[in-house]
Design a protein. Sequence first.
Lengths: 219, 426
Amino acid sequence: MIEARGVSRSYSDGEGGALRVLDAVDLLVQAGEFVAVVGRSGSGKSTLLHVVGGLDAQYQGEVTVAGQRLTGMNDAALSRFRNQQVAFVFQSFHLMPTLTVADNVALPAFFSAAPVNRTQGTLAALQRVGLADKKDRKPSQLSGGERQRVAIARALFTAPKVLLCDEPTGNLDAATGDAVIDVFRSLNREGLTILAVTHEERLRDAATRVLTLSKGKLS
Amino acid sequence: MRASEWAALVKLSLARDKRFAVSSAFGITVGVASLVFFVGLGLGIGKLLREKVFPVDARLVEVVPPKLALGGLLGGGTIDETTVKRLSELPGVAQAFRKMNVRVPAVSRYDGDFFGRPLRMGLEVLAVGVDPALVKGDLLLGDFKDPGPSQPIPAVAASRLLEIYNKSFAPARGLPNLTPQLVTGLMIPVEFNRSFVTSSPGGTVTASQLQLVGVSQRGLLAGVTIPLETAKRINRASGVDAETFTAVTLLAASPGDVPGIVSAVKGLGLQVDDEEQQLAQNAAAVVVLITAAMALLSGLICLLAAVNIAHALAFAVRARARDIGIMRAVGASQADIRNWVLGEAAALGLVGGVVGTMLAIGAAVGIDIWVTRALPPFPFKPETFFDWPAWLWGAGVLLGTVAAFLGAWGPGRQAARIDPAAALAG
Ligand SMILES: Nc1ncnc2c1ncn2[C@@H]1O[C@H](COP(=O)(O)OP(=O)(O)OP(=O)(O)O)[C@@H](O)[C@H]1O
Ligand SMILES: [Mg+2]
């Protein structure tokens, strides 16, 4: 489902030099896997996720996700890929504060190439995370765990092939974090491929495979 | 991004940031309002000048004998029937109307009832005889032809004379206002061969009556317009020149033929009396100049509004960097983000343009009402000082939209270039 070969990514370090965050990384994830990537802060976990998710095209190497070769894709095609094939869940939720829960969930519909039934899709996604009764609230009126479940509902709205999670429980306490992890577990059991980067032990335990990112290398 | 989704996104984002929307649209509104207002005013005043103050028909050319007798040497100098024939055969001339002044002095003494008021006055009368076809469109009563001696002479008054009478002369003297319909049929006594200001010439004084049969913009301003044959008859009876014409009014087939006709007329050794045209042109030029200055000023206001929008949007784009990152993560392309910013601006410009245009027209209506109620009547006092052709409405709305759109161009590109990965990390 995910096939990254020899992926390198460098940032300028602000002093004319380059900081090589990913160094010829190979990553292979089969359909239906739940892979956790662990690593110290600053090891490049988020960077790897952005590359695989088509949000960052400034890398060397070859990336193919859900049968689509991302390397060399133009911006429009990459955007369509992000809209249709993958979905992100972030540590700090990244909901639009001024939109209702329902509007946040349906946000991808604005950028979809084909017409989407918003009401139906929103309801189904919210029911999946147990928040159908809170669809008219604003994110500020929700708890942290609820916000992350809204973010998961938004990710499910377009029925993606791969879910990319960046520290999804990083801002949650143990109990609410567990609830979110349970959602991932059951989604994975239903066949969704999940790639999560984390340093949370419990999320790592939920994964079917654990990889470590260190000094730009994945092992 | 599909157009319907684009519109929905623009609507949603504007609705959630109303303060930004209102403050950005405000500048556009002011600029468009002042532009539409001043252009409407300029057009209105121009129309007033053209249609009421200097109702110059662009197709009329007034031919007169040369002021210096030089023309005599060239074989011209006077306008007789042969000259008229030649003039009427010039290319581009549709019709030629002869004019002959009554070449003896005349006075009118009025002493009696004038629309319910007693009126006593005496004044010198200038009379010009014209080919009836010149005024036939404005006749309200009977035939415009020589009635023969001792019959009332049909006469046409100038529209502008009536206007000046109504707005200046009548109010000061407690006399009623008159319409063309009201004055039609009015009998005015007149005596030819008599003058108040010079010693009356020899010859017998003939008393007659003028009967007003219409009011025309082509009428002589300071006098009365009567049938050509009547003028000839009076001149002949008084032993003065009854053969040469005072002027010939040429009607061009189209305004575009006028310059050619004018130069042909000069080639015949005659002159063109374009004093009215010159006055009208000068007045119109002043109006155009002032309107242009005001329009320029308003254009500057719109430019400032565009700069203002550019600033506001650039600020908004920075403030929304995270939101833009989120939208990119769920599938927005760079073009989508740019179009979103441009769409917001265009919507603000459209609203500002529509509101500005409506404000301008509202202000104009207010001023017109105020003028009608608060100012005393004066000559050529119009019902409106403004003119609103459809294109002006369209231009106001378009200007607002374009100004906002231009202002949004830079911020739109800036928004599209935001790196989503960095925006989401921050
Ligand atoms: N836009 C950027 N410009 C320059 N350097 C960057 C940029 N983004 C990330 N980096 C650097 O790249 C390295 C890896 O960043 P990344 O966010 O991938 O780490 P991470 O493993 O996700 O860390 P954390 O666990 O703290 O989220 C860090 O040293 C970071 O400072
Ligand atoms: Mg990270």
